[in-house]
Design a protein around this ligand. Structure first.
Ligand SMILES: Nc1ncnc2c1ncn2[C@@H]1O[C@H](COP(=O)(O)OP(=O)(O)OP(=O)(O)O)[C@@H](O)[C@H]1O
Length: 333
């Protein structure tokens, strides 16, 4: 089995609240192998973005802090690096793609120059060479006539092209890992499909490993090799895509799958998981999902289940996995 290019161990993030720190990412652990695409899924507020930002130590705001954990990049703990060394990692070995390219591209600098500057920051190359590489990477992300487009500004690009440009910035220094936080949410369906195909192609051609944050389990099914499901800042289920999607063991994962459009059959309304995700300052005791879980009992409200191997490679944090519940007075199903 190929070794992990990224190993995340017990990564935790907290936010300063009026009554002290609240944990928003709670001991998140996963491995990412070379060429693997890991889907990070979960409802809004479950901690997907904060996990991604904590990986590269780019938390948005002074109230947020990484409170523990290791982020091993090829075995080296980057969580312990000083800021200049971390800057070399961001945009170097790890490229980032965010949901909204407009807020991550500089509006007053041409797209090509932004890519070329990133190349020059990370590699000792001259202006001409950086320009040549930038044009090449623009071509790789599917921007036609890249030599001419080099001098265009972000506002001269369509939404899809801006997203491609951000992917080009992320790819400029030939990263081993891409962190893509909902890279297609703001785009229309056709462009979404093109961008997802581009990510898949980058993995296939360049062996890039990708952490892909998405709300969309359809995207996970199409693109990902493995999935981690987050709820209330924790990973509650993780494993190979086929295992997690086709044999979901956590009631929350099963609920997310049942809520996908089309799951209820023709003419049926889209289902929702009853209740609301927990607020960070009011996390339930025990299993954080228990107030919304139809099988939550006294054990679930008292004790937080650990994330343990349910089957080899299939990790689960649940006292009563789907398919293993004993009906009252009966045997397990
Ligand atoms: N800048 C911030 N300051 C304080 N708390 C924040 C900040 N950004 C996010 N949070 C809180 O951190 C928690 C996790 O948020 P996060 O953005 O990681 O969720 P998410 O799963 O990525 O959601 P979404 O899918 O909506 O992006 C949420 O409770 C959110 O309110």
């Amino acid at each position: 089995m190929s070794p992990a290019v990224l190993s995340v161990r017990n990564l935790s993030v907290s936010v300063d609240g009026p009554r002290g720190p609240d944990t928003i990412v709670d001991r998140v652990s996963f491995d990412l192998k070379r060429g693997e695409i890991l889907g990070l899924v979960g409802e809004s507020g479950s901690g997907k973005s904060m996990t991604c930002r904590a990986l590269i130590r780019l938390l948005p705001g002074a109230r947020l802090a990484i409170t523990g954990g290791e982020v091993l990049l090829d075995g080296r703990d980057i969580a312990a690096l000083n800021e200049p060394a971390m800057r070399a990692v961001r945009g170097g070995s790890i490229g980032m793609i965010f949901q909204n390219p407009s807020s991550h591209l500089d509006p007053v600098m041409s797209v090509g120059r932004q890519i070329a500057e990133s190349i020059r920051f990370h590699q000792s190359v001259g202006r001409g060479e950086a320009r040549r590489k930038a044009i090449d990477v623009l071509r790789q992300v599917g921007i036609s006539d890249p030599a001419r487009r080099f001098d265009a500004y972000p506002h001269e690009f369509s939404g899809g092209m801006r997203q491609r440009a951000m992917i080009a910035v992320a790819l400029a220094c030939d990263p081993d890992i891409l962190i893509a936080d909902e890279p297609t949410t703001a785009l229309d369906v056709t462009v979404q499909a093109q961008i997802l195909r581009l990510l898949l192609d980058l993995r296939d051609r360049r062996g890039v490993s990708i952490v892909l944050v998405t709300h969309d389990l359809g995207v996970v099914s199409q693109l990902c090799d493995s999935v981690a499901v987050m709820y209330g800042g924790r990973i509650v289920e993780r494993g190979p895509k086929r295992e997690v999607i086709q044999r979901a063991r956590h009631p929350y994962t099963a609920g997310l799958i049942a809520c996908q459009p089309g799951e209820g059959g023709p003419g049926e309304a889209v289902r929702i998981i009853p209740g609301q995700p927990p607020r960070v300052d009011a996390m339930p005791s025990g299993c954080r999902f228990h107030p919304r879980c139809e099988h939550g009992d006294a054990l679930c409200s008292a004790t937080q289940p650990d994330l343990v191997a349910h089957e080899p490679g299939h990790m689960l944090a649940c006292h009563h996995p789907v398919g293993e519940r004993a009906p009252a007075g009966g045997t397990a199903t």
